[in-house]
Design a protein around this ligand. Sequence first.
Ligand SMILES: [Zn+2]
Length: 133
Amino acid sequence: MKNGSQVNFVPYQRLLEKKAEEVRKSMSAQKAAQVVARLDVPSDEGDLSQQHHEEWIFLNRNTIDMKLLREIAGALQRMEQGTYGTCPECEEPISVKRLNAVPWARYCVTCQEAIAARIAQGETEEEFEEASK
Ligand SMILES: [Zn+2]
């Protein structure tokens, strides 16, 4: 492992923990809203399809949040293992600028772009795609 830059990861750890907390809060808030919405029994077909649409949005949003939580957990784990901030593809340090923008970034910009291109071509799993903020 290359450790030349000696970046202090503590601020990133705080950032990641704060972000995870935010995502969890927003997820439980959405869940509560969903429960309230369910109390309104749909009166006709139109309402029913509207409800399905909202459920779809909810599930979709939830999937993104879950993915983000997983990435944050992964980043915190890499901090414990001492591999945080190093790209596993090229083993180069991930730039501070990138970590400031995406603290849970797993790969450097170059490798992330290469992976995104592979996903676009269907050559790799979406698993490796970066979650957005
Ligand atoms: Zn890389």
